[in-house]
Design a protein around this ligand. Structure first.
Ligand SMILES: [Zn+2]
Length: 352
């Protein structure tokens, strides 16, 4: 066996690229290794922060029920079913070790493609796809729609409706219109997307963010939005005395009249009226569009997940990447959310 001294000496002979490879290997082994205990402990702590609750029926009368496979098992006095700290979480029923899930989280934080994640974690491409969406489904449950208050910037953005992946194996699905080539005119990543020429083939995503960093983002309708769509989005989710900053879209006027929210509409070409502006939301949308480019167009039924994933990334923007991957796994395993494989087959776009 080589000595530590000789290994260190050898690394000195490597170029920068080689040394970086060694570093990332060690990071994976040491950091991810220590994460296993941390993740397990934190999930347990988070899940039981308000007392133990049954992940099957949410009843709070549960007791310990021995150990199984080295893990503490519990039993629910209401439904009689047993569970452990990871029941109804993305890795529930997974035959793969939690280490692989943590490594997968790291790949997601690095922004790798489904295929690259699959290669690194040594799982199949379909499994890689399911893991990604199992994790984001759970993150969506964990962070929720949220709410906003104070000075709130609001704006809508559009994504081309996509049925990607729907028609491959389905015998009943028919494309409602001619298929479009990637990157063709009107593609999802059309950066110059203006609000004129909005058709029903586009999906409207409404975003709101306040000055303390709360973000709301949801699919609200197809085509042009109406004031009722805006009202539904914000129902019971705005603090009293909030001031909304928007562009000059008419729906916001009707919305403000109906809800009593104070409205500051920033006229086209003007950037600021004192503290009232929509610069943060504009920058959020341009970052979102740029980030979405890497996915080469996502199916509309998964669009909501990508909106939540991006929102989550913004919340943890200033964290170190290694910590982010731990948070991603801990938080996705905290809420009781387990997407079964058959749920993917019947998945539909989520509109509020
Ligand atoms: Zn129960």
């Amino acid at each position: 066996m080589p000595s530590v001294e000789s290994i260190i000496k050898d690394t000195q002979t490597l170029g920068t690229t080689g040394q970086e490879e060694v570093l990332s290997y060690l990071e994976e082994v040491i950091v991810l290794g220590s994460f296993v205990t941390e993740v397990t402990d934190e999930v347990k702590e988070n899940r039981f922060s308000r007392g133990k609750v049954c992940p099957h029926c949410e009843h709070d009368k549960v007791s310990r029920n021995g150990k199984f496979d080295g893990k503490q098992r519990y039993i629910c006095k209401s439904c009689g079913r047993t569970f452990n700290d990871f029941t109804q979480s993305p890795s529930y029923n997974s035959k793969k070790d939690i280490r692989k899930w943590i490594l997968y989280g790291k790949c997601m934080i690095n922004g790798y493609s489904i295929r690259k994640c699959a290669e690194i974690v040594e799982i199949s491409v379909p499994t890689s796809f399911f893991w990604r969406h199992k994790i984001i489904d759970a993150i969506r449950t964990f962070i929720g729609m949220g709410s906003v208050g104070g000075v709130v910037e609001v704006d809508e953005t559009f994504f081309r409706e996509s049925f990607k992946g729907n028609h491959k194996k389905s015998t009943t699905f028919t494309m409602p219109r001619k298929s479009r080539k990637r990157g063709a005119k009107g593609s999802q990543s059309n950066k110059g997307q203006r609000k004129r020429g909005i058709s029903d083939e586009q999906v409207c995503v409404l975003c709101a963010m306040d000055r303390v960093g709360n973000i709301m983002t949801e699919l609200i309708c197809k085509g042009r939005m109406k004031h009722t769509d805006v009202e539904r989005f914000f129902e019971n989710r705005i603090d009293d005395d909030s001031i909304f900053c928007t562009d000059s879209h008419k729906s916001y006027i009707k919305f403000a009249q109906n809800t009593g929210v104070e409205l500051k509409q920033i006229k086209r070409g003007r950037h600021k009226e004192g503290v009232y502006h929509i610069q943060h939301i504009n920058s959020y949308h341009s970052k979102l569009k740029k980030w979405m480019d890497r996915f080469n167009g996502v199916a509309t039924k998964y669009l909501s997940n990508y909106m939540y994933w991006f929102k989550w990334l913004q919340y943890f923007d200033t964290e170190k990447d290694t910590l982010k991957s731990k948070h991603l796994i801990v938080q996705s395993h905290t809420s009781h959310c387990y997407t079964k494989l058959r749920d993917f087959k019947i998945k539909k776009a989520i509109f509020v």
